[in-house]
Design a binder for this molecule. Structure first.
Ligand SMILES: Nc1nc2c(c(=O)[nH]1)N[C@H]1C(S)=C(S)[C@@H](COP(=O)(O)OP(=O)(O)OC[C@H]3O[C@@H](n4cnc5c(=O)[nH]c(N)nc54)[C@H](O)[C@@H]3O)O[C@H]1N2
Ligand SMILES: Nc1nc2c(c(=O)[nH]1)N[C@H]1C(S)=C(S)[C@@H](COP(=O)(O)OP(=O)(O)OC[C@H]3O[C@@H](n4cnc5c(=O)[nH]c(N)nc54)[C@H](O)[C@@H]3O)O[C@H]1N2
Ligand SMILES: [Mo]
Length: 656
């Protein structure tokens, strides 16, 4: 890139702490900012108890930073209220996989995708959102694998597939059940595996019986023949990978969706063997690791149950503290409990909920109600603008040492490559300074010291020294000892002929269909689903600072049929309204869209606030919001009326 192509970032890196005075943020010294941050937390605990505090930890930062963040929450603040954006994406995958197999990680490795016969990409668009993983898929296809894509849109990933099943949003359970029924009726179920490794098959058989191919076609919009073809391809493949992402998990019944997919693997035995498995492709670069480190309200590091007294005792003796014997609040519960004034103080490290949570107005109102909000970020986000104290951090992925864990459970070492801008400080160092002010003699540890403490507490990480991680270019968990490695896939135990070695059988999930909460009607006849494009990242904070001819800002993707019916031209600004709010946005006529379906991202919230449209209906088990299904209306603006100054009317500027 020529240097004059470089555009200034719309978000400048934070280099000075800020504190709120007379309603405004002003620059402050580190001493003053840390004193203010700590004092607010102390007062909160004194007045309202430890559970009035909450921590949102950063899924973009290292394992070490997440380990310290959850330790800060549990040891310094005395609560289990710690969570991250895992809640907004794959918490349902973790819940569903744990219910079936006792642990929440994806079961396969990337290399197996190159060495398989069938890849199903279900509710995900890895060509845009997981391009590295997609390279492995392409190698698999090159090696002879077939690919099916299940997505309401004919995505750039689906365009590589042998078959695309374009289903109606929120009809994944009927589709999965019909596939299950067809496999059973065709005599293709793997009886050996069902007998050895699973429980509850009879109940499952009854559950799926009503979902004939015809019934499923009527509900999902997928032709019966395509459903039959996928069922037969999956059941007869020697090895098969079933991969899913947010098209499955960002629904009000997301954990049920995940279970419906897991059922298919249990029915066919496509789990626990090389080349066959289940892969929920995780979102943020370290959202897997953040959860593994215990930066979630119900698990201690290494996925150990907070309700298990023996587990707690081990952590308590190393940390010299007592850990509450109950689950903390999820991110969703933290936000809900701001309404009732239960949660009073919040420490956000590297999250931008004002622009990533559904229903912006509700989120903003809730954060404004807090007694004390501390935001530690690398940029002054819209969330940071609401804070009482803003602490400038270094960017973990390039300005710190540490480790990250990817979707295939592989822990990899990173080395600091850049110095943070002057004035910004390491996330871990900031937390240590706060801990000291709150009465704990924490000295700033090196990343490796944090990691070794984690290894001493988490059996699945025990064998991963920094030296081994470096030599082996990363290690997948579990890794129980320094002289061994486990197979790259999980749950081979389920195939064991020795019942003593098999462990718990994996139960079929007995789950029914539940359509999206936001119903379509005459006033709101279009289904809006939201997601990602290749060139941009989440709320745009980290990607708003460059321009490229590929980036056109926020757009409403609409099918050619609907555009023609409404008389909308490509690029014309339209009004999109849901039951919660409305935005103006340019339309983009897109052949990958089916009639009745429209698509937006949430990458340009400073221009077009998509979250004014989304609904905060959430999955009761995982707390994930139904970002993937809002009901909207689309209006053509009055002929000739220039939408001057209207939000979203302009193409994306390099620095809005
Ligand atoms: N370029 C880029 N990459 C990213 C990100 C980014 O912002 N930009 N973000 C990262 C993060 S945090 C995450 S979690 C991942 C997400 O990665 P993905 O989940 O792959 O991304 P999305 O585009 O949100 O949604 C995936 C697909 O779900 C489909 N879908 C919607 N509703 C349904 C439904 O009811 N059923 C089915 N079967 N499919 C449906 C959508 O059409 C969409 O193609 O990407 C990560 N990678
Ligand atoms: N409509 C709609 N909304 C969605 C989704 C959707 O599909 N549709 N997807 C949801 C999903 S899957 C996710 S994961 C969320 C994402 O929601 P967020 O996590 O809130 O959004 P990001 O834009 O990724 O914000 C990341 C923040 O972390 C900061 N940061 C990055 N690195 C570091 C670091 O090392 N240290 C510190 N202290 N800060 C750092 C960045 O500056 C940025 O402010 O959005 C959710 N919202
Ligand atoms: Mo995510």
């Amino acid at each position: 890139m020529r240097s004059d192509d470089h555009q200034p970032s719309s978000y400048e890196r934070l280099t000075r702490p800020l504190v709120r005075e007379d309603g405004r943020l002003r620059p402050a010294s580190w001493e003053e900012a840390l004193d203010r941050a700590a004092a607010g937390f102390r007062t909160g605990v004194e007045r309202h108890g430890p559970d009035a505090f909450g921590m949102l930890s950063c899924a973009r930062a290292t394992n070490e930073m997440n380990f310290v963040a959850q330790k800060f929450t549990r040891v310094v603040m005395g609560t289990n209220n710690v969570d991250s954006c895992n809640r907004t994406c794959h918490a349902p995958s973790v819940a569903g996989l744990s219910a079936a197999f006792g642990s929440g990680g994806g079961t396969s490795s990337y290399a197996e995708v190159e060495d398989t016969d069938l890849v199903i990409v279900w509710g995900g668009n890895p060509r845009a959102a997981h391009p590295i993983f997609f390279q492995h898929v392409l190698k698999g296809l090159h090696n002879g694998a077939r690919m099916f894509a299940v997505d309401p849109r004919r995505t750039s990933s689906a365009q590589w597939a042998d078959r695309w099943l374009g289903l109606n949003v929120g009809t994944d359970i009927p589709l999965a059940h019909a596939i299950g029924r067809e496999i059973i009726h065709a005599g293709l179920a793997n009886e050996t595996f069902i007998r050895r490794g699973t429980s509850g098959f009879e109940e499952y058989r009854e559950l799926v019986e009503p979902w004939t191919l015809a019934a499923a076609e009527a509900e999902t919009g997928v032709p019966a023949e395509a459903i039959r073809e996928l069922a037969h391809a999956y059941a007869t493949a020697e090895r098969a990978q079933l991969c899913w992402t947010l098209g499955i998990t960002e629904h009000h019944n997301a954990t049920d969706n995940v279970k419906a997919l897991i059922n298919l693997a249990l029915l066919t035995g496509h789990v626990g063997r090389h080349g066959s498995g289940l892969q929920p492709l995780r979102g943020q670069n370290n959202v897997q690791g953040g959860g593994d480190m215990g930066a979630i309200p119900d698990r201690l590091a290494g996925f150990q149950d907070i309700l298990d007294a023996e587990v707690r005792t081990r952590f308590e003796s190393v940390w010299n503290t007592s850990i509450q014997p109950s689950k903390g609040k999820t991110l969703t519960q933290m936000f809900e409990s701001m309404d009732g004034g239960e949660l009073k103080t919040l420490y956000i490290i590297g999250e931008n909920p004002v622009q990533s949570e559904p229903e912006t107005m509700t989120t903003t109102r809730r954060l404004e109600r807090l007694d004390h909000l501390v935001v530690q970020d690398i940029f002054l986000t819209k969330t940071a603008e609401l804070a009482d104290v803003v602490l400038p951090a270094s960017a973990s992925w390039c300005e710190s040492d540490g480790t990250f864990t990817n979707s295939e459970r592989r822990v990899q070492l990173v080395r600091k490559a850049l110095d943070p801008p002057p004035g910004a400080r390491d996330d871990i160092a900031i937390m240590c300074d706060l801990a000291q002010r709150l009465g704990h003699a924490w000295q700033q540890p090196s990343a490796e010291e944090v990691w070794d403490e984690l290894r001493s507490l988490s059996p699945i990480h025990r064998g991963m020294t920094y030296q081994r991680l470096e030599e082996l270019h990363g290690i997948q968990w579990p890794c129980y000892s320094e002289d061994s490695l486990e197979p790259p896939f999980l749950h081979s135990r389920l195939w064991s002929t020795d019942p003593g070695k098999r462990g718990e059988a994996a139960p079929f999930g007995i789950v029914g269909h539940s359509p999206p909460v936001d119903l379509l009607d005459d006033d709101y006849p279009f289904r809006l689903t939201t997601g990602r494009r290749l060139d941009d990242y989440n709320t745009g904070v980290q990607t708003s600072g460059f321009s490229s001819p590929m980036r056109r800002g926020e757009l409403l993707d609409i099918s050619p049929e609907d555009a023609e019916r409404l008389g909308i031209a490509d690029g014309e600004t339209v009004r999109v309204s849901s039951r919660r709010g409305s935005v103006l946005v340019p339309a983009s006529i897109a052949t990958e869209m089916r009639a009745g379906l429209v698509f937006m991202t949430f990458h340009f919230p400073d221009q077009v606030d998509t979250q004014l449209l989304t609904i905060d209906a959430t999955d009761p088990v995982a707390g994930t919001a139904e970002y993937k299904a809002a009901a909207v209306n689309i209006e053509k603006l009055i002929e000739g009326a220039a939408p001057a100054g209207a939000a979203g009317a302009a193409p994306v500027p390099a620095s809005p």
